[in-house]
Design a protein around this ligand. Sequence first.
Ligand code: CA
Length: 260
Amino acid sequence: MALVSEFLGQLTLGFGGGREPRFPTVVPAVNFDPEKDASWIDTAIKTKGVDEDLIIDILTKRNYSQRREIAFEYEKKAKKDMITALKGVLSGSLENVILGLMKNRVQYDAFELRASMKGLGTDEESLIEMVCSRSNEELVEIKKVYKELFKKDLEKDVAGDTSGDFCRLLLSLVEAKRDDPSNIVDYERIDNDARALYEAGVKRKGTDVATWIAIFSERSVPHLQKVFERYNSYSPYDIKESIRKEVKGDLEKSFLTLGN
Ligand SMILES: [Ca+2]
């Protein structure tokens, strides 16, 4: 039976190799044919002793929605659920990770995060997507699963792969310090935060990024939405325009994702 380390090796292969230097698990596979993949999976399952390598090869080189499409085609063709069929023939850690790729969003996110930082370079787009669009509760779960799967701290990997304000923002988010939503609307705090965002950005020369990071990463989502509304009574530009004016690159993309 294939070892989990071999499986993880498959996930990394695409990064070190020449043809797919970046995020092979995120970018959809080219010439993707779900019917063909489904029939390969069917063949692998039916092979005596199970062709684990083939299963790994297919499922790790497709992105999440492609894997779902393969499962759909498989069910059409084999008249049974692909996850159940895989469960029946796989075992141990390999079963866990393969099934994780198929259906558990948290495990999937942990894998994508790992893939976005492994090997040469960093896939910032995926990193931003994963860290800036997940809720606090999701990030707490992702960190836990990340540690279980890779025996590494997500914080340390993020810190090792990014730098400067971008790194500080991601770490602040990964620390999951965001307030829980409250039933009490604190208008004074909303106003203070809106003014602070304006004074730290559009109103001054340069940007006090630390203040932006603190507000964007520590306030609850409903509170932030009200802050962004209130922001318009201070700033001539709305929050998105302000982000575009004040910061650039990965930091800009991150704040824009958070400002959504
Ligand atoms: Ca400014």
